[in-house]
Design a protein around this ligand. Structure first.
Ligand SMILES: Cc1cc2nc3c(=O)[nH]c(=O)nc-3n(C[C@H](O)[C@H](O)[C@H](O)COP(=O)(O)O)c2cc1C
Length: 380
């Protein structure tokens, strides 16, 4: 399939992956309203076209958490990435490293932090969930530190897993799941050979090491549901701030009322996120939530956002609404599933090309020129 635009990777990924995996990525919670709104609300934003401003945006770099990055773009944590491409997390990390942008690797990854960190010139970011087992949390934080990770992304929007009906319909869970998954894998022979067979082991790299026994795809949901803890409050998290001396980014803040607690905890960054519409259906889209959070933070921490970004054009809009940087999830995962590391590199190049064109057309020379004044209409 010829890939012409960043969004083309979605259909291409659907052709490459067995249904249970494509649907797992493509799922939102309940009726998927928030998932749909995340992308739809970007379409509602209008930009101001300016002419003869003599700008040629070349440098798209930013400085964030004490480092220079080539772009105001980062790759969000996506669980099980090693199921979408052979040793997927390692491929994502190499592509991010090459592009000079951050990659936040998920707790629930197929590869271990150690495997992913090998041969990189910049450290990955590591994402951790709030879990019942504090011993595991400390173990994995120690692993991260030992592998040069300095930035921790702490996801706070998953006290329970959202209900995603697609997973049951597709055969990821539910009756006859093994048989259904096997049958679906046979329809994707390239995936079956490269990832299904040659991409093994399919254990959860960081978790099996701690448990001392292989933890496979099947055990993943069980382990997670046993370990998420809805009783945890802000004060239970104070030890994390003491334990982690590098930048701490809280992921999953959607309401400005939660900002004071996040800042009191000592967050250096906040990711405005609804988990890609996978948790609370009916929640506001991330882009709509962004401006109020930027206002509440008032420069006391970096504000990032994710949810619904599918192009360089979307990224520019998020920056105009006040984000210091934005992150993508599905957009790069579809590229990973289609062409691995090279696919992500191709995707990032498309984002850069789009950003440069859009910035020229709105008269913005640098990233710091992107502000609300560049928008014609936004109803939020
Ligand atoms: C398949 C899938 C798995 C995900 N796994 C994680 C995860 O392990 N940890 C986490 O913090 N967020 C996870 N997320 C949420 C993403 O980090 C991100 O918030 C979301 O994908 C952003 O929306 P977008 O896909 O529209 O860009 C996952 C999202 C998807 C689609």
């Amino acid at each position: 399939m010829i890939i012409s635009a960043p969004t083309d990777f979605r259909e291409a990924a659907q052709r490459c992956l067995p249904r249970f995996l494509y649907d797992y990525i493509d799922a939102g919670a309940f009726d998927e309203l928030t998932y749909a709104r995340n992308t739809q609300d970007f379409k509602e934003i209008e930009l101001r076209q300016r002419v003869l401003k003599g700008v040629e945006p070349d440098d798209l770099s930013i400085n964030m958490f004490g480092r220079d990055w080539a772009l105001p773009l980062a790759l969000s944590p996506v669980g099980l990435s090693g199921m979408y491409a052979k040793r997927g997390e390692a491929q994502v990390a190499r592509a991010a490293n090459k592009a000079g942008i951050p990659y936040a690797m998920s707790t629930v990854s197929i590869c271990s932090i150690e495997e992913v960190s090998q041969g990189l010139t910049q450290p990955i970011w590591f994402q951790l969930y709030v879990l019942r087992d504090r011993g595991f949390m400390k173990h994995v934080l120690d692993q991260a530190k030992a592998n040069g990770v300095t930035t921790l992304v702490f996801t706070v929007d998953l006290p329970v897993t959202g209900i995603r009906y697609k997973d049951k319909r597709s055969g990821l869970t539910g009756p006859w799941r093994k048989t259904r998954r096997f049958a679906q894998a046979l329809t994707r022979p390239h995936w079956a050979l490269n990832v299904g067979l040659m991409g093994r082991p399919h254990t959860l790299g960081n978790i099996s090491k701690y448990q001392g026994q292989p933890t496979g795809l099947l055990d993943y949901k069980e382990w997670l549901s046993e370990n998420f803890d809805p009783t945890i409050t802000w004060t239970d998290l104070e030890w994390i701030r003491d334990y982690w001396d590098g930048p701490l980014i809280l992921k999953g803040i959607l309401d400005p009322s939660d900002v004071p607690d996040a800042l009191t905890l000592g967050a250096d960054g906040i990711i405005v996120s609804n988990h890609g519409g996978r948790q609370l259906d009916g929640a506001v889209s991330s882009i709509r939530a962004l401006p109020a959070i930027v206002e509440a933070v008032d420069g006391r921490a970096k504000v990032l956002m994710d949810g619904g970004i599918r192009s360089g054009l979307d990224l520019v809009k998020a920056l105009c609404l006040g984000a210091d940087a934005a992150m993508i999830g599905r957009s790069y995962i579809y590229a990973l599933a289609t062409r691995g590391e090279a696919g992500i590199t191709e995707l990032i190049d498309m984002y850069i090309r789009e950003m440069r064109v859009v910035m020229t057309l709105i008269g913005a020379e640098t990233i710091s020129d992107l502000d609300r004044a560049k928008l014609a209409k936004v109803d939020f």
